[in-house]
Design a protein around this ligand. Structure first.
Ligand code: FES
Length: 108
């Protein structure tokens, strides 16, 4: 798959990311509000805006399948594919994340 976008540094290290108690951090990258999530499968990133009706996903939580759950109407989204768990056609914008010796980066 063709890579698009640029890598933006969001933190000096994983430990320096201000995760909340749900392991979600809201950061601003290139003028966009992005959630960085510390999952069992590693760091994930997605837009803060819920594709259902605009809720703040940074106020949501991660279910036991690793989906991010919006607290407004409890839609769930796969952080790898962006698809909603009920397959209703809502699509969450996700972003690649990488960690290097220089810090944590999100490609936007
Ligand atoms: S706004 Fe997120 S589930 Fe409705």
């Amino acid at each position: 798959m063709k890579e698009t976008g640029e890598w933006y540094k969001v933190s000096e290290s994983v430990e320096a990311i201000p995760f909340n108690e749900k392991k979600i951090a809201l950061v601003e990258v290139a003028g966009k509000k992005i959630c960085v999530i510390n999952t069992a499968a590693g760091l994930k990133a997605c837009t803060n805006r819920c594709p259902h009706a605009g809720g703040n996903l940074s106020e949501g939580f991660i279910d036991n399948k690793g989906n991010i759950v919006c607290c407004v109407h409890y839609y769930k989204f796969n952080l790898n594919t962006g698809r909603d768990a009920l397959n209703e056609g809502y699509f969450l914008k996700t972003y690649p994340v990488k960690t290097t010796e220089e810090g944590v980066f999100v490609r936007v």
